[in-house]
Design a protein. Structure first.
Length: 446
């Protein structure tokens, strides 16, 4: 079966998950029947435990053809308008066969499980994916959430269901991390570029020698991450310093990465706690992510009220800052997780304050589906009462209008109608009785 990391199911719809099986790295994920069977189970089209012995190369070819069709239709609809011939092919695929019908059965432990009434066939599964695409393209709310990844070399399309519709990448861990690293490299290259001819060169800071092992207690890591050794964390790393990371063994299950700065022109002592060779940027970033991303994400999720996309952005920004300022953490002989937690918390606080400083973003889409006050019933009641009033005599109708509709007292109505007050009371009594009979004839009982 295909590895779980090779298949993606985070695009928001089954048809978009099928489109995501091509593009990126690796470029082709449906390489054979085993990978297709794994995708069918992961997408929820086929329950776990249902045999998929009928999946063969012909199934793979047909699913790849539908995937190419879906990619063209979705991208054309995002840009302008899909071709009519592609829409006809998509409609034909949706009507090719009925999707597999689900069935609830009891497991050995008594719990209900989902299975299929009949063995799955290729035409039915293709029809289920095509119908999902038709439902996506014809739903205005879902179509308004379609976004294309902002990554430089990524063309995946996903549904943006995040709060405020601020999701930019198909995956913050992949495309988002690449974009941040590339942005930092461009900024560092611009800052480190040589000046015009004749300009004095920038003074080069003295290199930091790696610390050696000793029996004295290690220095405590800095408590405030904003300023360490007289420099800000936003400053770029020194170009002449190479970053390395090495695992340090502690008593017990705890393991941490100690980041050191080594100058190429200075010899390294044999007892220095560093790696034997320099680690590339990607390997250093991967080491930080594998060690601290999980606990850090769980911590940030509590700060952002469960918004996973925002929490992933905060975690990635925190790790990028750690990578950017690795030379400032060379004295941290223990775990750098407290430093990461502090930086992540302050990133969340800064984001919260920036959102409070500007007007709150309002999405107008829910207003279109918000229920309005129903005035039809009130209009029908007024029409029925008007017809019933027309059955009354003019004297009775005038007495009701003055006392009930114009809310005048009996004496005030008597002055307007120029009749005694007792006459007004009598006319109101008989008018109400006649109005009740007239409404009952029209089917109004209350």
């Amino acid at each position: 079966m295909a590895a779980a990391c090779d298949l993606r199911f985070d695009c928001g719809r089954t048809c978009l998950d099928l489109v995501a099986t091509a593009g990126g790295a690796p470029a082709e994920r449906l390489t054979g029947p085993e990978q297709l069977a794994a995708w069918l189970v992961g997408a929820g089209l086929v329950p776990r435990g249902v045999p998929l012995d009928a999946v063969d190369v012909r199934w793979v070819v047909r699913f790849r053809a539908l995937r190419d069709l879906l990619r063209r239709v979705v991208h054309d609809e995002l840009r302008d308008r899909a071709a009519d011939a592609d829409l006809d092919r998509l409609n034909s695929a949706a009507a090719a066969g009925p999707p597999p019908a689900p069935r609830a059965v009891r497991d050995a432990d008594g719990t209900l499980a989902r299975t299929l009434c009949a063995p799955p066939d290729c035409a039915g599964l293709l029809a289920a994916v095509a119908r999902d695409a038709v439902g996506l393209l014809t739903d205005p709310a879902a179509r308004g959430q379609l976004r294309q990844c902002a990554g430089e070399h990524c063309s995946l399309v996903y549904l943006d269901t995040s709060r405020g519709r601020r999701r930019r990448w198909c995956s913050s861990e992949v495309c988002g991390n690449r974009e941040r690293v590339a942005r930092h490299r461009r900024r560092t290259t611009v800052r480190g570029a040589p000046g015009p001819a004749g300009a004095p060169a920038r003074p080069r800071p003295p290199p930091d020698r790696p610390a050696s092992r000793s029996r004295s207690p290690p220095p405590r890591p800095p408590s405030r991450p904003e300023k360490i050794s007289g420099r800000r964390l936003s400053d770029p790393p020194v170009p002449s310093v190479l970053l390395t990371a090495s695992p340090i063994s502690w008593p017990g299950p705890r393991r941490s990465w100690v980041i050191r700065a080594i100058d190429p022109g200075v010899g390294v002592r044999k007892d220095a706690v560093v790696a034997d060779r320099t680690t590339p940027d990607e390997e250093l970033m991967r080491a930080l992510y594998d060690e601290h991303a999980g606990p850090l994400l769980a911590f940030v999720l509590r700060l952002v009220a469960g918004d996973r996309h925002r929490a992933e952005d905060v975690v990635q920004e925190t790790l990028v800052r750690a990578w950017r300022n690795a030379d400032q953490l060379q004295r941290a002989t223990g775990s750098i997780r407290p430093w990461l937690v502090t930086v992540a918390r302050r990133i969340v606080i800064d984001g919260h304050r920036s959102r409070k400083a500007r007007p709150q973003e309002v999405d107008a889409t829910p207003l279109e589906t918000m229920p309005a006050a129903d005035v039809i019933d009130r209009a029908l009641r007024m029409m029925t009462i008007s017809e019933a009033l027309s059955d009354l005599s003019q004297a009775h109708r005038e007495a009701l209008v003055e006392t009930y509709f114009k809310e005048r007292t009996v004496n005030e109505a008597a002055e307007v109608l120029r009749v005694p007050a007792g006459t007004v009371r009598s006319r109101v009594f008989y008018a109400l009785r006649s109005l009740k009979l007239s409404l009952q004839e029209r089917g109004v009982t209350e």
